[in-house]
Design a protein around this ligand. Structure first.
Ligand code: SF4
Length: 132
């Protein structure tokens, strides 16, 4: 679940993605006095969100609304898919990651190749996708 992911933002990005109506000073004050959202922490001028669903996740389509937009968090540049050598690694903590849909997409895109899934032995939130 994305509630396990920590996302990092500057103020402008946080305010836009989380649709924060307050100005920065008022928002920072709310974090200090405990009236602000519990899932946001500020440290060294940056904001970190943790423990809440990502606002970019669209329940209806089960997709990331901002994957191709400037609003996508920098920490999502590769997330939730990475390349590890010739293997694709999928991180299931992103709600928009559906391993079966991904596998079907890869298979349709490259019909001459065979794709298979295997779970990371230590971190079950990671899935390896092998291609032969
Ligand atoms: S990929 Fe999209 S839905 Fe997933 S954590 Fe990043 S912004 Fe949120």
């Amino acid at each position: 679940m994305l509630t396990d992911v920590v996302l990092e933002f500057d103020w402008k990005h946080l305010r836009e993605l989380y649709a924060i109506a307050l100005g920065q000073k008022a928002f920072d004050r709310s974090l200090r006095d405990g009236s602000g959202p519990e899932y946001v922490r500020k440290q060294a001028g940056l904001y970190y969100t943790h423990g809440s669903p990502c606002p970019a996740y669209d329940e209806a389509t089960r997709r990331c609304r901002h994957y191709r937009s400037r609003l996508k968090p920098d920490s999502c540049t590769d997330f939730p898919l990475y390349l590890d050598g010739d293997t694709i690694v999928a991180d299931l903590r992103c709600e928009a990651m559906h391993k079966d849909r991904l596998l079907a997409h890869l298979q349709n895109t490259l019909p001459t190749r065979r794709f298979s899934l295997r779970q990371h032995p230590t971190f079950p939130i990671l899935i390896y996708i092998d291609c032969t």
